[in-house]
Each structure stands twice: as C-alpha cells, then as structure tokens.
Design a protein around this ligand. Structure first.
Ligand code: ACO
Length: 329
C-alpha cells in the first residue's frame, strides 16, 4: 500500500472586529439582560463588524497571520477553502476576494457552505486535495459577519452570535502526525430548524420579506440543542476510532462555541475533564465557521498546544451539518 501523505497545521491566525457589544448594550436594544444571557449561554460580549467592514477583511487578516506563522509566502498557497454563510457577495466566492487581498495568485479559491461546521468541512476537502497530490499548501479559513443576518428584534437569536475569522495553513510534510481523523455529516431533513427562510433564489427578496425579516436567521433553539450534543459526540468518537486513540489520549478539546450548556453536556457525554476543554464563548459569542479556528489560534498562541499534543475539534450548525477532526501537532 502507498505511504499516507501527512498533512499538518503549520500556521494559525484570527481576526475579529474591534467593536464590542456587551450583554448590557443588548439589553438596551431588546428585552433581555446580562443574567439571562450569561446563565443560558455563557456569552458576555461579542465582536460586531462596523458598517464599512466586510467578511473578506477579517478572513484576509486571519489568513495573513496564519501565513506569517507558517513562514509561507502568498505564491506558495495552492488552495483557499473558506467556510462561510455570510459571504461579501452572493457570487462569486468570498474566497476569491481573499485570494486577491492576500496575493495568493497561484491558489484555487472556493467557499464551502456548511454553517458552523464550514471550517471542519474545509479541513476535510483540503486534506483530501493535498493527499491527492494536487498541491502542497492550503489555507482553510472560517469567517462570518452573522451580525448582518440577525433580526435585532428577536431576542432568542440576536444575543447569540458574533463576527470574526480564523484560519490555518495546512501543509504536506514528511513528519508523522498532522490530520489523524476527519468526520463530516449532514442531515437535510432538518433545514427548517435553523435557516434564513427567504431571500435566496427560491424566494427572492420583496418588501414583504424584508418587513417580516424572513431573510434573517430563524432557529428552533431547543431542538438544535439536542441534535448538537448527540451529533458532535458521535463525530468525535468516529475520528478517535479512525486514529485508534481514546479520549484519554486527547490533550485539548475545542468544541464549537454555541452555548456553554451544549459544551458542558458534550464534555460530560465524552467524559472530557474541564482542564482539557477550551471555552472562549464569553468573549466572542457564536462566530459560526470561525469559532473552532479562533479557539485553535488562541490555544497555540497561549502555549496551550505543545508539539506532540493531540487536539480534538467538533462543530455543529445549520443544514444540519456537523463534523469533527483530530490533529497531532
Ligand atoms: N433574554 C431573555 N429571555 C429570553 C431570551 C433573551 N435573550 N431569549 C429567549 N428568552 C426567553 C424565551 O422567550 C422563553 O420565555 P418563556 O418561557 O416565557 O416562553 C425562555 O427565555 C426560555 O426560552 P428557551 O428558548 O427555552 O431557552 P433555552 O434555554 O433553550 O435557550 C438557546 C435558548 C440559548 C437558543 C439554546 O436553545 C441554544 O443555545 N440552542 C442551540 C443553538 C445552537 O447550537 N445553534 C447551532 C449553531 S448556529 C448556526 O449554525 C448558524
């Protein structure tokens, strides 16, 4: 059998808007309060893009940081895979705008739509392309400006989300390790539970749709909650099986940051202790596809990930779409 090509994360970066919206700020916009948001979600604040800032601005900044970290020139990048559901334009892809911004003239760039799981889906596709020998270096970025898709009159959703981007450089290397396992799944029967119901080509925007805010995020939070825990736990077990490892081998677990109660339920289902769990939702809220790579970058920069560490990540979002990945650094 041919030797497996090893694909490693060699650089990470993230970028968020400077502008911060606290729970107290939100309590002046909708009927909510810091106590409800903190106890039900764990969120204390979120970063929100200013009107002149675009998704591609944050994605490009995160990619430049990841490339600097990996000591990699823009011309060396063969692919840009961008997980996002809040692209600058309906088409073409925001990844193409990022390509232009960072000068990755030799890259093939594309967006992947898998909501909060978009970055993990990007890791899956990038790893496959690099293992096929189609290139040696890929940028995988998750980036969102969900604030533009919020109904700021709906307290059950507008308190949850934030804007930002996280990126990694994935690179073919001779060393053992890198990506050890990946699982991705979708369930199209659950589209109604979490979506923007109108405003696409099926129901193009009309004054009535705008007035009813049907082009904004709608979510059946309780139903999503149950699926999220069960599905992410299953995907985590899958990637551990692929790598023939157990949870005892994991040094750090970075779950999607949607709600501290989901994170706690998932950690207890998998029996992951608190010291191995990364939680930064208090600072960013749910940044969808950016949530896991932002956590990954923070963990690397703070020294929480050391060479040889096993890092497990998982995400769940609209589609439903979910997945997990396992890395050895
Ligand atoms: N402030 C105050 N009260 C509120 C707020 C608020 N911001 N939001 C809702 N409430 C009220 C409700 O009206 C309800 O009041 P009632 O009992 O009088 O009817 C009460 O609080 C309880 O509401 P629930 O919806 O049952 O609250 P729950 O504990 O389920 O928390 C939440 C809601 C935070 C949305 C939770 O269900 C959740 O996190 N769900 C999963 C979200 C998720 O994982 N999304 C996936 C990724 S997102 C993506 O893919 C883009």
């Amino acid at each position: 059998m041919d030797k497996q090509i090893n694909v490693h994360i060699t650089g990470t970066g993230h970028a968020v808007p400077e502008n911060i919206l606290t729970n107290d700020d939100l309590s002046r916009i909708v009927d909510t309060n810091d106590e409800w948001i903190t106890t039900r979600t764990g969120i204390k604040q979120r970063h929100i893009a200013e009107p002149h800032q675009k998704n591609s601005d944050f994605a490009s900044a995160a990619c430049l940081q990841a490339m600097a970290d990996a000591n990699c020139a823009p011309e060396e990048i063969d692919f840009i895979f961008m997980g996002t559901v809040t692209g600058d334009l309906i088409f073409p892809s925001t990844a193409c705008r990022v390509q232009e911004n960072i000068g990755a003239v030799n890259a093939t760039a594309m967006d992947l739509s898998a909501a909060c799981a978009g970055w993990i889906f990007g890791i899956s596709v990038a790893t496959a392309c690099l293992r096929m020998g189609q290139g040696r270096k890929a940028l995988v970025v998750g980036s969102e400006v969900l604030s533009r898709m919020m109904n700021w009159e709906d307290r059950s959703t507008c308190v949850l989300f934030g804007d930002g981007a996280g990126a990694v450089v994935l690179e073919v290397k001779d060393e053992e390790g890198g990506v050890l396992g990946i699982a991705t799944h979708t369930d199209g029967r659950r589209i109604e539970m979490l979506n923007c119901p109108k405003g696409g080509t099926a129901d193009p925007v009309t004054p009535e749709i705008l007035a009813a805010k049907e082009n904004k995020i709608h979510m059946k939070g309780n139903d999503v909650f149950k699926y999220a825990v069960r599905s992410m736990a299953g995907a985590c077990r899958e990637v551990l099986d692929q790598a023939q490892l157990t949870l005892d081998d994991i040094d750090l677990f970075i779950p999607h940051q949607a709600n501290t109660r989901i994170i706690s339920a998932l950690a207890s289902r998998l029996n992951v202790s608190e010291d191995k769990l990364l939680v930064n939702i208090q600072e960013y809220g749910n940044t969808s596809a950016a949530s896991v790579p932002i956590g990954l970058n923070e963990a690397r920069r703070s020294g929480r990930i050391k060479p040889g560490d096993h890092v497990l990540v998982a995400a769940f979002g609209g589609g439903f779409a979910w997945g997990a990945a396992l890395f050895r650094f």
